[in-house]
Design a protein. Structure first.
Length: 329
């Protein structure tokens, strides 16, 4: 799909922050020079074209009582379709990709904190008939939040979401009303002029009270942002590589912060290692071509003071699943 200038401005705005207000489409229309109905129609057209995946909340899982991990498996080609079906049906897997590596099957998994993550990964290893599996939970987060600038302007940088809000990574006490709002909010935004009325009505809640609680969730760091998820392939970012470095523990903090400064990096974590996977610093890097992505990794390695010979690039070969998990609280 060819994007207009207005499309690009709109995508920059709603990736960063979709308005949590009584008349969000009127607010958007004022920013892009259209009316509210036109703003709804524009978003609907971008969704139908597969540019916008969904509009909804991004929560901090730990603060809702969940733990997350990244799992890598070696799955034989003749088992891939079966493995993809299992993962597609798993309600607590948000992302799954085939990557060009011996460890070819990668997915993110969430579980309630009380559950045994290593045991669950072992169960999935058996179900998916993997030849080898590594469980790579995060130790430290340096950056989280996919934001792909598509417009030419410089004034659409996200207020939040591109970098993590500095909040304790822990479970918090949620009130019954908090829980009602969190559970109701976890849906794709209805494309009506007043979508939050549609959400607040089933809760017998005034829309202003509902929106006030939404803003409170953001302020407390429970909700990282309310925003649009964009299909990076549809906007020309066809080369996406998870790059992993083997870094001395004393250097990880400095290197991770340097990597996070690059706008082409959407995620950066320190992760647990294992005998089959010695790399401990991970970054997702996005570019238009494989060559430009490789050049970016070289530039990032130099800036972060990392030895590129102790690294590996895993390009995405196929997207098998990408969604936002519904956390039941």
């Amino acid at each position: 799909m060819k994007l207009s200038d207005i499309d690009r401005i709109l995508l920059d705005i709603i990736q960063a922050e979709f308005p949590l207000s009584r008349d969000p489409f009127a607010d958007l229309g004022r920013n892009i020079g259209t009316g509210d109905t036109e703003a709804v129609q524009q978003i609907e057209r971008l969704k139908n074209a597969g540019v916008i995946r969904m509009i909804g909340p991004v929560f901090n899982p730990r603060m809702l009582g969940y733990q997350t991990t990244l799992v890598a498996m070696k799955v034989r080609p003749d088992h891939l379709d079966e493995a993809a079906e299992v993962i597609a049906a798993h309600p607590l897997v948000s992302h799954c990709y085939l990557r060009d590596h011996d460890f070819n099957f990668w997915f993110t998994l969430a579980l309630p904190i009380k559950d045994d993550m290593d045991n669950e990964v072992l169960k999935l290893d058996s179900m998916l008939r993997a030849d080898a599996t590594v469980n790579l939970p995060a130790i430290k987060m340096f950056k989280i939040g996919a934001y792909f600038r598509v417009g030419a302007g410089k004034n659409q940088a996200p207020k939040r979401g591109r970098y993590p809000i500095s909040t304790p990574d822990r479970h918090v006490s949620l009130s019954p009303t908090d829980r009602q709002v969190i559970n109701e909010l976890q849906q794709d935004l209805p494309l009506t002029l007043q979508p939050y009325d549609f959400m607040s009505n089933p809760l017998s809640m005034n829309v202003d009270e509902f929106l006030g609680l939404c803003h409170s969730l953001i302020k407390r760091g429970i909700m990282r942002r309310y925003s649009a998820s964009v299909n990076h392939n549809s906007i020309g970012l066809a080369a996406n590589a998870m790059t992993c470095w083997q870094v001395h523990t004393d250097s990880i903090e400095k290197a991770g912060k340097k990597i996070a400064e690059f706008p082409e990096v959407s995620h950066c974590y320190q992760r647990r290692t294992g005998t089959l996977w010695p790399y401990n610093l991970f970054a997702m890097i996005h570019a238009d071509t494989k060559e430009n992505c490789q050049a970016l990794v070289h530039q990032i390695s130099l800036k972060a003071g990392l030895n590129q010979t102790n690294s590996v690039m895993l390009f995405s070969a196929k997207e098998l699943k990408k969604t936002r998990i519904r956390y039941q609280v």
